[in-house]
Design a protein around this ligand. Structure first.
Ligand code: NDP
Ligand SMILES: N[C@@H](CC=O)C(=O)O
Length: 430
């Protein structure tokens, strides 16, 4: 092996520029840790003439993917361009040309990890993807390395920086949803299409990746119950606060007796729960294992340098493997049969807010409906809504199963004494 490793970058946006910066700044440490110099040879972009914050030698930039994925001088390809089909095609091309690959692309991995990992293995190539989940937190390494000896039973946490940033500012400052979303985009936290963030899909993709690794089962996006944050109002946040809760977008993957539930939903957590204090773009994930019990991972979940740190750390692993003539840890394919839980088997408490007609006996009818499904009410706020001649009801239920709660919700929506069902959220962490 020569004493320099040549790298090709696919993408030079938020993360790509971060990778460039860290490679420039930490070259000395990289040589110490790997024994090799690491040089960026080519960078694929859509538009070479675009004005960029980070100025580089224009000879490095190319609009032709072959300059990277089939370039015989390049040893490792780093994919930080995003998207699915082109990214898949380019990574497969790189692997087929015997190049190791590092990627931050959770959209791609949630769909095609099996194909990509198999192709990598067939070509004796590494495929690392630490940055695809929770930005700078080394969560993938922890699952496939530090916790590999344990049986994982549950993973729960905040895995999207953009939505956590938005909810934090809405909660703490009463900030406007659209305004803070713009800030999250300007700060480089949001995806190119931020609807993936705010509708919960980005977090769902990350939960698919974590669940596949943690439970060694194959999952698809359709296996995840997903709800985003775009309908959360300042009133929901205020009521949650009055009842002692904070609203966060929470991903849960839980296995009981071989069957799994995966969800991403805005959830109410007790305000003294550690996840309630995870603010801004930070992420945090609890991992529970049969032997280890509870562990928690916390750190920046999005942003240029935290994400690039994970990417460059993967690159270091690749170079260390190249030096030793071995392949890396990340080629782990699922081997357990996938079984999902039914709604009847998923239990939690719920928060519900609705407008009720201000007429005698209306609340008793609602209570009776809950009673029909054996759901009891733990906390209640009732107040008149003058402009509608209605009462606003906010309640917290005791534990119930998802099927029963969904049935009550659907019957409430057709009830003549109910003006509107405003919002409902799961309650976790109690
Ligand atoms: N931003 C973050 O905090 C995090 C991002 N990620 C993931 O990292 C990846 C990159 O994200 P980010 O850096 O934010 O994205 P950006 O949108 O900032 O950058 C994308 C880059 O890829 C280039 N590009 C995109 N599509 C093509 C294409 N078809 N052909 C050639 N070049 C292309 C763009 O070129 P041009 O500059 O010419 O437009 C741009 O340089 C994504 O998969 C994202 O999900 C993961 C963790 C955190
Ligand atoms: N858009 C993502 C970026 C990192 O994965 C997020 O906000 O978490």
């Amino acid at each position: 092996m020569k004493n320099q490793v040549n790298v090709g970058l696919l993408g030079f946006g938020t993360v790509g520029c971060g990778v460039y910066r860290i490679l420039e700044k930490n070259q000395e440490e990289l040589i110490q840790r790997t024994g090799y110099g690491i040089k960026i040879q080519k960078i694929l972009v859509r538009d070479r003439d675009k004005k960029r914050d980070l100025q580089v030698d224009t000879e490095l930039l190319t609009e032709s993917v072959e300059d990277v994925t089939t370039n015989p001088e390049i040893d490792v390809v780093i994919e930080v361009m995003g998207g699915v089909e082109e990214a898949r095609e380019y990574i497969l091309s790189a692997l087929n040309h015997h190049k190791h690959v590092v990627t931050a692309n959770k959209d791609l991995l949630a769909l095609y990890s099996g194909e990509l990992l198999t192709t990598a293995a067939n070509h004796d190539c590494d495929l690392y993807y630490e940055a695809s989940v929770a930005g700078g937190i080394p969560i993938i390494r922890s699952l496939v390395g530090g916790l590999a000896s344990d049986r994982i039973t549950k993973m729960m946490g905040i895995v999207n920086g953009t939505t956590n940033y938005i909810l934090t500012r809405m909660t703490k400052e009463g900030a406007d949803y659209q305004e803070v979303l713009k800030d999250a985009q300007a700060l480089g936290f949001a995806e190119a299409d931020p609807s993936g963030d705010v509708e919960g899909l980005d977090a769902a993709r990350k939960m698919v990746i974590l669940s596949t690794l943690g439970f060694s089962m194959k999952f698809n996006l359709k296996d995840v119950q997903v709800q985003g944050i775009s309908n959360i109002s300042s009133e929901d946040i205020d009521y949650a606060g009055r009842l002692g809760y904070t609203i966060k977008l929470i991903g849960i993957a839980q296995k009981d007796e071989g069957r799994v539930e995966i969800s991403v939903q805005p959830s109410l957590l007790p305000s003294d729960h550690p996840l309630s204090s995870v603010n801004n773009e930070f992420n945090a994930i609890y991992i529970y294992g049969e032997s280890i019990g509870e562990t928690m991972f916390y750190g920046p979940g999005a942003g240029q340098l935290p994400t690039a740190t994970a990417v460059v750390s993967d690159l270091i692993s690749v170079v260390q493997n190249m030096r030793m003539g071995v392949n890396g840890q990340s080629v782990v394919l699922p081997h357990n049969k996938t079984e999902l839980k039914n709604d009847e088997d998923v239990y939690s408490k719920y928060f519900l807010r609705l407008y009720l007609k201000d007429e005698a006996g209306a609340f008793s009818k609602v209570s009776a409906l809950f009673g029909n499904y054996h759901i009891s009410i733990e906390k209640l706020i009732q107040q008149p809504l003058k402009e509608k001649g209605a009462a606003e009801i906010v309640m917290v239920t005791h534990q119930t199963n998802r099927a029963a709660f969904n049935q009550v919700l659907s019957e409430l929506k057709g009830f003549d004494i109910v003006y509107d069902v405003i919002s409902s959220y799961r309650i976790e962490g109690e």
